[in-house]
Design a binder for this molecule. Sequence first.
Ligand code: F6P
Length: 533
Amino acid sequence: MKQIWQALKAHQQAVEHRPILDLFADPRRAESFSTRLDDMLFDWSKTNIDHTARDLLIDLAGAAGVSQKRDAMFAGRKINETEGRAVLHTALRNMDRPVLVEGQDVTAGLRETHARMQAFAHDLREGRFTGQGGRITDVVNIGIGGSDLGPAMACLALAPYADGPRCHFVSNVDGAHIHDTLKDLDPATTLVIVASKTFTTIETMTNAETARRWMERRVANPAAQFAAVSTAADRTAAFGIDASRVFGFEDWVGGRYSMWGPIGLSLMIAIGPEDFDAFLSGGAAMDRHFREAPFAENLPVLLALVGIWHNQICGHATRAVLPYDQRLARLPAYLQQLEMESNGKRVAMDGHELALHSGPIVWGEPGTNGQHAFYQLIHQGTRVVPCEFLVARDGHEPDLAHQHLLLVSNCLAQSEALLRGRSLDEARAILAKKGLTGTELERQARHRVFPGNRPSTTLAYPKLTPAMLGRIIALYEHRVFVEGVILGINSYDQWGVELGKELALALQPMLEGRAGTEGKDGSTRQLIDFLGR
Ligand code: F6P
């Protein structure tokens, strides 16, 4: 592998200053550096990856053992070595084929839970399950991280399909979040879902207690309007939630990979079980493709290799996810957890420090909003930010098709501008046409230069349907897996979140004035004095 990394680095240095635009001298450039899966198009031709780089990257994936590790994951081996767990979120969307965990087929249990979720969602949507004040009008999902971001992102993404009760999401321990969410709701017609894999997360349990007190003020039996999603049946029972409204899952489903199962209950209630199944089938289609397509045509593998090229080989520290879809506004936040909690690790599986950088910083906002905010830096800043655009051919509002075309043209304009840029001579000519001359023209022209040669990819698809969203999310999940395998890290643990949690527990009594601040650094002591009671 070391030789392949070295060859990639040497090649990157050799082509670093070659304009990406020159690669389009080959009339087949766009087609050769694009990959299709049915009606989905991943265009990665506006990157500096050429035939040599592509072949080396594919060799890298082969040498890292991506196929073997992929097969081990699907076979239920304990590839999450630091937690001694299998990684089988894919089973949640492939319940019709045997999935073995320690020699046992687990799909019967998955199907049973799925059927209970469907029955509950139907009952609730059709008014058979009611609140103590009548039909359920609102559902509040209380969870954080993987127990929040997936369903919250997907409920917004699939808003055109939402015909059930309104869904709300409370995650932050900041009381403002639950206060502002509950203030306009009627406790007698609200269902609260407490979603927590562990059922110990302090933010979620604190908000769940607050919701219970809110409900108690209006209804006789608050527990009857609570449901729970968790791997910890003992803790959900201790909280007082009846087992008939508890939907369990196993510890081989990681929190940030869990929206396909019971953590997606709020989504299923919002869009209905049939559309939820379409979402699952989209994920399953991507799984099949990931397992069967050769690397040179394999969307998740190629998306990962583009990421490795930009992050580890070219040294770009961040990547921007830029959906030209307002309903994908939460996708960047969702991918932040998926990618950064999975691949933000400084040691390899064997405990040795990584020789290369870990996964990149992921960030973004929907277009066109971002264009009027941070794109300035993307176009003219000194750092290169590889951009990942997502765009649908059609929107969901036929009477606003003209606005959709404007949206699409903006998306294409951005990747074209990043590719081409604008030279000093072009800037001079534009200013000369406007009547500027001499030193003023020269001074102004420099500010109007766009260096261009900035890489981007575009994922294009016909429409953001439930099945398409399923495909997109599974694509990114597998991308994270492939990048993790190439970097040699465990993408499925998250020890990096623990230290802050421990310190917060110790700080609370200090802020309340119940414990001394000995041992704290001067800054923390000062802040405790300032903010404490
Ligand atoms: O603290 C990080 C984390 O464990 C995430 O990995 C997880 O998605 C989130 O907290 C919520 O955890 P839980 O579902 O157990 O409440």
